[in-house]
Design a binder for this molecule. Sequence first.
Ligand SMILES: Cc1ncc(C[n+]2csc(CCOP(=O)(O)OP(=O)(O)O)c2C)c(N)n1
Length: 331
Amino acid sequence: MQKDETGQKHPAGLTREQLLELYYYLRLTRACDDAILRLYKQGKMVGGAYTGNGNEATAVGSSYALRREDYLFPMHRDLGAHLVKGQSLRNIFFQQLGRAGSLTRGRDGTGHYADPELRIYGNVSHLAAMIPVAVGAALASRMKKQNAVVLNYIGDGGCNVGDFHEGLNMAAVMKLPFVLIVENNQFAYSTPVARQHAAARISDRAAGYGIPGFTIDGTDVLQVFETTRTAVERARRGEGPTLIESVTMRMHGHSASDDASYVPGDLLESWRSKDPLARFEAVLVSGYSLTTAEKESTGQRIHDEIEEAIHAAMEDPAPLPETATEGVYAL
Ligand SMILES: Cc1ncc(C[n+]2csc(CCOP(=O)(O)OP(=O)(O)O)c2C)c(N)n1
């Protein structure tokens, strides 16, 4: 805990302005996900809808530790990380709605796009296949002397695929600037974690690679930020990768087409009491005098920004059928 010149204590060395920025991104992420679900139910989406409800503190807190020159390799529940890294709401909704003007020119309806300018490369659908690619980016960054760190995510299900081991092992041996976050959100589709791992903690695997491993409360945005910042700084100093297991809950089904009826109701309720947004809002109200007016103006700003982006996306056409073969390597 640090103090500023007025004597006010600030967790993680963040100013009040930065804490409010985190709050904005947490709420923006939740509101975007809600809007995406709404659009899906209205039949306006061309792809699936995978929300990060419950995961916001993990995605936002971790990516907030990055610099502009760092690389982000997010997974399907990390909308908050895209936003923190600088992705515009315009691009998010153009992408979700499969518009011709989207980053993939309407070829995808979720988050499978790359934005090299922002150094966002997400996401390879085949679980864990992205890890060796992200590790390769970390190697490239070092060879080019960019001093950039790669932040990559994987789920509690995806971390059991062989690529996880190969990628992380290579990053550890080569001491690459790489940070891997395992989002332990209790379920991989309908499979609970207890049926995926015999070990109590996924972070214990880090010892097998000779790197630091941490298990953290993934609903606490400040804890996620501080742990990731430590790992990112270590990576930037050339000391190698870190494995962070961020424990949270997938509050919705796997996708909008999954009612998650296999999730016990009392389990869901116990996690609801740890809602990442409500928790952080309570911290801001009690410690940083967040006012009702500030809460309302944040909500209004987010509402207006999202509505504007959706409106622009709805005005943009779908891609023309005759362009379907453009951008492919071979026919
Ligand atoms: C190699 C591979 N197997 C299966 C799938 C299908 N699939 C996509 S997401 C998913 C569940 C992933 O669970 P987890 O890694 O825990 O992430 P979560 O969705 O819970 O955030 C599955 C089985 C896939 N994309 N790739």
